[in-house]
Design a protein around this ligand. Structure first.
Ligand SMILES: Cc1cc2nc3c(=O)[nH]c(=O)nc-3n(C[C@H](O)[C@H](O)[C@H](O)COP(=O)(O)OP(=O)(O)OC[C@H]3O[C@@H](n4cnc5c(N)ncnc54)[C@H](O)[C@@H]3O)c2cc1C
Length: 471
């Protein structure tokens, strides 16, 4: 913290500014730079914040320098991994963004099935490198999502029921703490910190590198969506609920309610038609998957069945164009302990009443390996929930669906009142009651997170996140 800094940070960001951070080799971007607006933009186009300085780090040493500089200058800090969080916490007003977007390296050891991933990598980077060896770890279902934010919150994806959450595959991290110290955290080193980093989000420092366990996956997997008309949704969901209850853990499913997106694989006559779409991915041999998925596919005649063998890496990016950068998003989310008949009726009643053709609902099936890890073993809460659901209002710049679909998500969320319990911290929006962070963990885990926060960040330097306040 006492490292001398030579700096002049301009107070008026509209003016070209001269900024220097000692020991920093990356790029410093201010309001005077022509690409400032691009650099401050995040995935959610509804977020419009103007940091005083964006420190685009070229490596770990830059992160150390940036954290020390920010502390020295008493600047608010936002950390940017993939910039994907719907709440927009990767960018702040007036402070400094410690931007890892230029740190996207991935190294794979195929013999020991390990991957080392830099803190600004996206899931597409990880899948690309690991699949070259027929390996993978649980990651997000959209390839332009950041590894860092997703991992630190828990990490749900197609492979989780077989291989656990992303955090269940995390072996170690390199992290720059609030006083600019570089630590390695693992089961053996700073185990309390390592525990907290597996679910507690970006509260404890800037993670510059992750080490993951990998598993043989594909490279060709049996995967794809099955689409039924919205009018069949209640029947489809009841069958689906009973099917997944006893399904092998290799079967990963995500149910999507909304219109059929205009993807090239979907025939044009179905584009924008309201549908319930069950996305599937089988993390095992194709023939076993064919057998295991047959009952679901045969449950009632679909509009379209796209389940088939395909490269895992392609499947991981199949939804990318349905949630583009720069569109506006408003989310509400919760865990659902179980899918009762009454809840299914509420889902079907509300899911299709949004205004924007791009708004949708996504429901991830959990259980399997997620629920086999004891509650409290990592900081990811609510491991026994059956599903995590997000209600996602989506509208493009210039479209006037914003107010209506924000109201839709809120009303829908209210209607889920007596069916919901817990939430996935990474699906929380920017206008949530701070108590919802506690809801993501449950009281015991939350108190332990507070203890770790108090040890490693007593001044709450890293508070631009779903915040865990120190004592
Ligand atoms: C379209 C879409 C699809 C998604 N799909 C999934 C999914 O399949 N599974 C899933 O689990 N989640 C999913 N998510 C949620 C996702 O996990 C979060 O949005 C997550 O925050 C994204 O990580 P990021 O690095 O892009 O976040 P950013 O927006 O860059 O950062 C968000 C927060 O994460 C923390 N953070 C980021 N980088 C670091 C770092 N290097 N060190 C310390 N803290 C850091 C900071 O607190 C920061 O405020 C999805 C989100 C979107 C928008």
């Amino acid at each position: 913290m006492t490292t001398p800094m030579t700096t002049e940070v301009g107070l008026r960001i509209a003016q070209p500014t001269v900024v220097k951070i000692d020991g920093f080799r990356g790029r410093l971007i201010t309001g005077g730079d022509t690409d400032y607006d691009i650099a401050r933009a995040v995935w959610n186009g509804a977020i419009d914040r103007r940091p005083r300085l964006i420190a685009r780090c070229s490596g770990t040493a830059d992160v150390v320098a940036a954290v020390r500089f920010a502390r020295d200058q008493d600047l608010e800090i936002a950390i940017r991994g993939g910039g994907h969080n719907v709440a927009g916490t990767a960018v702040c007003n007036d402070g400094i963004v410690i931007d890892l977007s230029a740190m996207r390296g991935v190294r794979v050891d195929p013999v020991h099935r390990r991957a080392w991933v830099q803190g600004g990598a996206l899931w597409g980077d990880v899948d690309h490198e690991t699949q070259a060896h027929g390996l993978a770890t649980t990651g997000g279902i959209v390839s332009h999502t950041g590894v860092a934010g997703l991992t630190l919150g828990g990490g749900v994806g197609w492979l989780m029921r077989k291989h656990g959450l992303t955090v269940d595959n995390l072996l170690a991290v390199e992290i720059v703490t609030a006083d600019g110290e570089l630590l390695r955290a693992s089961e053996d080193q700073h185990p309390d910190l390592f525990w907290a980093l597996r679910g507690g989000g970006g509260n404890f420092g800037v993670v510059t590198s992750f080490e993951f366990r990998l598993h043989p996956v594909g490279p060709t997997v049996l995967a794809g969506p099955i689409l039924w008309d919205a009018s069949d949704a209640a029947e489809v969901l009841r069958f689906y609920r009973d099917f997944v209850r006893d399904a092998p853990e290799e079967i990963g499913t995500v149910v999507r309610f909304g219109t059929a997106p205009p993807l090239p694989v979907i025939p044009e006559h179905l584009h924008w038609r309201p549908v319930v779409m069950v996305g599937t991915c089988y993390a095992g041999p194709i023939e076993d998957g064919e057998r295991a998925l047959r009952p679901l596919r045969a449950s009632r005649p679909p509009l379209l069945d796209l389940v088939g063998p395909r490269p895992y890496v392609d499947f991981q990016s199949a939804l990318d164009s349905t949630v583009l950068h720069g569109w506006n998003y408003y989310w509400k989310s919760t865990h659902l302990p179980q899918l009762s008949d009454e809840l299914i009726d509420v889902l079907v009643d509300h899911a299709f009443s949004c205004s924007s053709p791009r708004s949708y609902v996504a429901m991830f099936h959990l259980k399997g390996a997620v629920s086999l890890v004891a509650e409290g073993e990592t900081a990811f809460g609510n491991r026994q929930a059956s599903h995590a659901i997000t209600l996602d209002g989506v509208w493009r710049p210039g479209e006037n669906f914003g107010d209506r679909d924000t109201a839709w998500t809120r009303q829908f969320f209210t209607a889920l009142g007596c069916f919901r319990e817990g939430v996935y911290v990474n699906f929380l929006g920017g206008d949530e009651d701070p108590d919802r962070v506690r809801e993501a963990y449950g009281d015991a885990v939350y108190q332990r997170l507070v203890d770790v926060k108090t040890t490693y960040d007593p001044a709450n330097v890293f508070h631009y996140n779903q915040n865990i306040r120190p004592r």
